[in-house]
Design a protein around this ligand. Structure first.
Ligand code: MN
Length: 338
């Protein structure tokens, strides 16, 4: 069986966005989580140079690296936190410019790259327009949202135009991690907890649950969400989330919804393997979600993509399952044509 390896959470950045992050970081009232990013992974230090070079390249060098690792296609997305730390008009302009650069890279390598469009939730009306442009003009394959935008989450009514456009244009939203929102980040600021080992999953899992429990999928039943990092832990918790939701609803702590939280999760979400190379985690996810809802991702350049490929090549699944996780599910979810 021929299997093409498609990696669906692969990061890039434009020089302009990288520059503007440093403008924000040098300013006042920097979000505490983002400030930590500025002190570490975004710091302009020699140790970050290789990663920065890799993020900035969406051309021949990246393709050569993919060839070396055995990745047939990357679905590219603007790396976290993208434009979500900028004031509204700058964010809107830079999201569009980044999407133009992305579409150009995809046009240059149509069999090797596909792309998810960035949006600036700061201006929901403009973001909805950009979703339309990304789908119809740029022919991108979905959207990337790097969790909270200045402490706000997509379940808020002001963001409904974004959810509506995503549903109408059938653009899945990859809900990608960033540091916990400013209103609850404090206890995460120690010991690296704000970062990818735990804080990112806590933040993104919270965001996903806010969407579910707000009733967003009753309002937008065709809305599709993609979660990385094996579902940010949610597959493990689903049974308990349901069980306690029933009580929470009874004691008027939670909104009454026609269905259980897990039912929305299993219908409106798919998950990816980004950054997880644990067979027990994959096994549990297969048991909970089924093989059709799990996609391969490497999280280049943050994670070791060679290790991700070694893991998925050797994972204890059937060849049919491996093909679905590596290739067929990505083709279906992101409507890949190349
Ligand atoms: Mn990532």
């Amino acid at each position: 069986m021929t299997i093409r390896r498609i990696a669906v959470e692969e990061a890039f950045v434009t020089p302009e966005i990288m520059k503007e992050w440093h403008v924000v970081l040098a300013g006042r009232n920097v979000e505490p989580g983002f400030a930590k990013m500025g002190e570490t992974i975004l710091a302009e230090i020699p140790g970050n140079k290789l990663m920065d070079d890799r993020l900035l390249d969406i051309g021949a060098k990246r393709i050569a690296h993919m060839d070396q690792i055995g990745i047939d296609m990357q679905i590219l997305s603007l790396t976290s936190p993208g434009v979500q730390v900028f004031e509204s008009s700058l964010a809107t302009r830079l999201a569009a410019a980044s999407n133009d650069a992305l579409a150009e890279a995809v046009r240059a390598y149509p069999t090797r790259f596909a792309g998810l469009a960035a949006i600036a939730p700061q201006d929901p009306t403009e973001a909805a327009r950009e979703i339309e442009r990304a789908a119809q003009k740029l022919e991108l394959n979905g959207l990337i949202v790097n969790s909270h935008t200045m402490g706000e989450y997509l379940d808020a009514e002001k963001f409904w135009p974004i959810l509506e456009a995503a549903q109408a244009l059938d653009m899945p939203i990859y809900l990608h991690p960033r540091e916990p929102g400013p209103q609850w980040v404090a206890p995460y600021l120690d010991y690296g907890l704000w970062f990818a080992g735990w804080g990112f999953a806590a933040e993104t899992g919270l965001h996903a649950l806010r969407l579910i429990l707000s009733g967003a999928f009753e309002r937008y039943p065709k809305l599709r969400i993609v979660l990385g990092h094996m579902g940010e832990g949610l597959p493990f918790w689903l049974q308990r989330i349901d069980n306690r939701y029933v009580l929470e609803e009874k004691i008027h702590a939670a909104r009454k919804l026609p269905r259980l939280p897990s039912e929305y999760f299993l219908e409106n979400f798919v998950i990816t393997t980004s950054g997880v190379t644990s067979m027990p985690a994959l096994r549990l996810s297969l048991d909970v979600l089924g093989v059709d809802r799990i996609l391969f991702a490497a999280d280049f350049p943050y994670e070791d993509d060679a290790e991700a490929v070694r893991f998925m090549d050797g994972a204890s699944v059937t060849e049919e399952e491996r093909k679905k996780i590596y290739e067929s599910n990505a083709r279906r979810v992101f409507k890949l044509t190349a």
